[in-house]
Design a protein around this ligand. Structure first.
Ligand code: B12
Ligand code: SF4
Length: 476
């Protein structure tokens, strides 16, 4: 019997992290098991998700794997390399690393693992299992890249049965609580139904993509939803796809199947502002969609042109907000501040956009150059990335590195903190409970607020507004 352990590490720092099933490991596990079955290879797979509280070292010592696969995004890579080092010293297994970080930095990955898999990993891992079974998989160290899978329906449903699903559906840090797209009492889960996106925004992993966008068929999407509903009582689904609504025909077919199968669940997805229209919004709302997440990124056209390569305008973003409001869909808007060359005035345009269109919930991040993106290459070229960069600070979180070059680091960090706090506090989608949580989690900032009469006024105005809506009984 070959034993394969697949590990999702948890970072040491403050990476904001929703607790969601590790899809990539789920696909790798389900595909490996199918491959092994079709080729009569005895295979046992264990998924160990540190984010879900599982003990990596303990589980490995008990399971005694022959192959250890470790995934990591950039902020998690330090912990991933530490796990690889532990495995090298304590377990006689072939250590394989994959995922977005080592795909961008394969040579660095190879210093830590026996095998680095670049890009999509299903075919590569199957090949490694085959080699191990034949006794030809050594530890000499190599980088493996296989072609992408054309028909992604060939990859079975992620191996949810190998995960502690109740941990994800019950977590107070799951998609339901972050995106507030269904009642907090719902049972929330997430799904992925596509690979890739047709655009190439400079900060995104798609910016250097060479593979075409691939879609799971509507039938497959429905069978995954049914699987989650039947086996885990899920009734709220967040589609994590980069762009869920781009393929109009597919969306229509998914909606028809939701109706035909009488599936009663609420859902949310992510989309681009320029590809929606009233017809599609009405259709998805009628079929359970309650919220759309948009990557608006900036309220300043010049910066949008840089970030999104002139593919979308501020007007189109504003139109998307207005259309969603008209139709009655909530919005989660993602923005970023501090793109190289962005001035304070241009950042203020973004803040005015957020205020003017009073978006339900927003996330504001520092523009972050992630390895594997065009932005990363540009920042390296301009010498903006510190030589001794700590990868955990590429986490889009509050301690993330800044690449703003129009203010000093101190000025930008202060501006960012104050602006974000003001926005978070005044967000329409926040409940009184959220506000109290902010106060408990960030007391130092509330103290700072008290020292600033203008901000206290904003806060008071907001709280009074909240209470009056509560009294009217129409708040969500
Ligand atoms: C879902 C998701 C999340 C979920 C994670 C849920 C979970 N438990 O998996 C949440 C919301 C929590 C999240 C958070 C963050 N995410 Co995120 N996320 C994604 C998203 C949309 C899908 C990931 C996925 O499952 N893809 C599908 C699978 C099939 O692709 P894959 O992950 O690349 O895996 C394949 C290969 O890489 C390879 N592979 C991967 N691991 C391994 C391991 C082995 C052993 C092998 C052989 C192969 C292999 O095989 C897999 C199957 O083909 C991607 C974008 C995207 N569409 O991929 C961003 C993405 C992974 N996230 C990213 C980032 C930066 C973050 C955040 C830091 C900030 C943020 N909010 O964007 C946080 C913190 C993440 C953290 N601590 O690691 C970046 C990572 C870039 C990088 N250089 O690291 C991505 C690429 C998006 C982007 N901005 O460009 N994210
Ligand atoms: S940011 Fe969104 S639209 Fe742009 S390339 Fe990435 S997924 Fe596509």
């Amino acid at each position: 019997m070959i034993r394969l352990a697949l590990i999702f590490p948890k970072d040491y720092g403050e990476t904001p992290m929703e607790v969601a099933p590790p899809f990539n490991l789920g696909y790798l596990a389900s595909y490996s098991l199918l491959y092994a079955k079709n080729n009569d290879i005895p295979l046992e797979v264990k998924i160990i998700d540190e984010v879900a509280g599982q003990d990596v070292e303990g589980s490995l010592n008990e399971f005694k794997p022959n192959i250890i696969g470790i995934t990591a995004t950039t902020p998690l890579i330090k912990r991933a390399y530490d796990i690889a080092a532990y495995c090298k010293s304590n377990i006689d297994a072939v250590i394989v690393m994959g995922g977005p970080h080592v795909t961008a930095m394969p040579e660095e990955g190879l210093e830590n693992a026996h095998v680095v898999v670049k890009g999509e990993g299903e075919l590569a891992l199957a090949e490694l299992i085959h080699k191990y079974n034949q006794g030809t998989l050594g530890k000499e160290g190599f980088i493996l890249e296989k072609p992408y899978i054309d028909e992604i329906d060939e990859v079975p449903i992620p191996a949810f049965h190998l995960m502690d699903m109740s941990c994800y559906t019950n977590s107070k840090k799951n998609v339901l609580h972050t995106f507030k797209f269904a009642s907090p009492k719902s049972v929330g889960a997430a799904l992925l139904t596509t690979r890739g996106c047709p655009f190439k925004c400079i900060f995104c992993h798609n910016s250097k993509r060479t593979k075409p966008v691939r879609y799971h068929s509507p039938q497959r999407v429905i069978s995954e939803i049914k699987y989650l509903m039947t086996n885990y009582g899920v009734n709220a689904v967040f589609f994590f796809d980069d762009e869920f609504l781009t393929n109009r025909k597919r969306i229509r077919d998914i909606c028809s199947l939701i109706r035909e199968n009488n599936l009663n669940f609420q859902w949310a997805c992510q989309a681009r502002a320029d590809i929606i229209n009233e017809e599609v919004l009405l259709l998805i709302k009628e079929h359970g969609c309650t919220l759309i997440g948009f990557g608006f990124e900036s309220g300043c056209q010049r910066i949008l042109n840089i970030l999104k390569k002139s593919t979308v305008t501020v007007e189109e973003n504003a139109r998307a907000v207005e259309l969603c409001k008209k139709v009655g869909l909530k919005i989660y808007g993602n923005f970023m501040l501090g793109t190289p060359s962005e001035t304070k005035e241009e950042m203020m345009e973004t803040m005015r956009f957020i205020e003017k269109y009073s978006i339900d919930n927003v996330s504001i991040a520092k523009t972050t150059p992630l390895p594997g993106t065009t932005l990363w290459d540009e920042c390296i070229e301009k010498g903006i990335i510190p030589f001794d960069l700590d990868y955990s600070r590429l986490n889009l979180g509050r301690n993330a590195i800044s690449v703003c070059d129009t203010m000093t680091k101190e000025e930008f960090d202060k501006f960012f903190e104050e602006t974000v706090l003001k926005t978070v506090v005044t967000m329409r989608g926040n409940s009184i409970k959220d506000l109290l949580l902010i106060a408990v989690k960030r007391p130092s900032e509330v103290i700072k607020l008290v020292g600033n009469p203008q901000k206290v006024l904003i806060l008071l105005k907001f709280i009074i507004g909240k209470f009056s809506t509560l009294i009217r009984g129409s708040d969500s």
